[in-house]
Design a protein around this ligand. Structure first.
Ligand SMILES: [Zn+2]
Ligand SMILES: [Zn+2]
Length: 273
């Protein structure tokens, strides 16, 4: 029996005797199957290869966790230290002894929260290793490829996991798409960790919102307005996405301006064609 991992999205499946033929996540219009076809690996195979995780202090109480060389989608996970409570925000596929020891030195993991299904990766391995619950919005329940009693499906629009550390459902990219508001981050000015739900673009001054990034499918103007209106109520001046891109200052204002530009473009008011 093996637990196979899709090499394109990095998501692990439950036990099977045979290599899967289909990936639920990749065969869906927000992801893709590579032109060379679907390929699979396992965590044991990955440990025999040259993968390792880099854990770096980004700022007080915030560590990034990323696999090198890059694997699958190539996202960065973050360990947030909030007054003695450690939250792993989003997840990555590769997990080895060295990573476990390093994270335990930082106080371990008290809970794991996911922005959306593209980062489910080997979340159950992480949950079992650190004995930590996984918080996933119930609207994304259908995308869980490896079931576990560690998964807690939360409901509604917001859930405070610890003092001033709250997950909010914004939807958009996925119906249950969530962001993390960390009020104590950035010396109390607040940090928003946004996964792919709010995406930081090349100059780190603007953000964007998409239904599919690889397939370039936008979201409707009404949804983007709704997401921006909800975000305006969160306390943050800095924003981290899932690709190690950071809006360093005035991030809440930048999200509002970016949403306005996006809506203008969709409505044909930004340029002449
Ligand atoms: Zn996949
Ligand atoms: Zn995504």
């Amino acid at each position: 029996m093996q637990r196979y991992i899709c090499k394109t999205c990095g998501v692990q499946y439950g036990e099977s005797t045979e290599v899967p033929v289909h990936c639920l996540i990749c065969e869906e219009e927000r992801q893709y199957v590579a032109p060379t076809g679907q390929t699979w690996t396992t965590l044991d195979e990955m440990k025999k290869e040259s993968f390792r995780n880099e854990i770096n202090l980004e700022e007080a109480g915030l560590y990034s966790v990323k696999t090198v060389p890059e694997f699958a989608i190539g996202q960065t996970a973050y360990l947030v230290q909030n007054d003695g409570f450690n939250l792993l925000w989003d997840c990555i596929t590769f997990l080895d002894e060295k990573t476990i020891n390093e994270i335990n030195r930082l106080g371990g993991v008290d809970a794991i929260a996911l922005s959306h299904p593209h980062y489910y990766s080997t979340q159950v391995e992480w949950a079992e290793t650190f004995d930590a619950p996984i918080y996933i919005h119930e609207d994304d329940r259908e995308w869980v490829t490896r079931k576990s009693d560690y998964i807690v499906f939360w409901s509604g629009e917001s859930l405070e996991l610890h003092n001033g550390l709250t997950i909010h459902r914004l939807g958009g990219h996925f119906k249950g798409g969530a962001v993390l508001e960390w009020k104590a981050g950035y010396d109390g000015k607040g940090i928003l960790l946004s996964g792919d739900i709010i995406q930081v673009v090349a100059d780190r001054e603007w953000v964007s919102f998409m239904y599919s990034y690889p397939n370039l499918i936008p979201l409707p103007a009404s949804k983007v307005k709704e997401m921006a209106a909800a975000t305006a109520g969160f306390k943050f001046e800095r924003l981290y996405n899932a690709f190690h891109r950071v809006v360093k200052e005035n991030a809440n204002e930048r999200v509002q301006k970016s949403a306005e530009r996006y809506v203008k473009a969709l409505e044909g008011r930004l340029f002449d064609t």
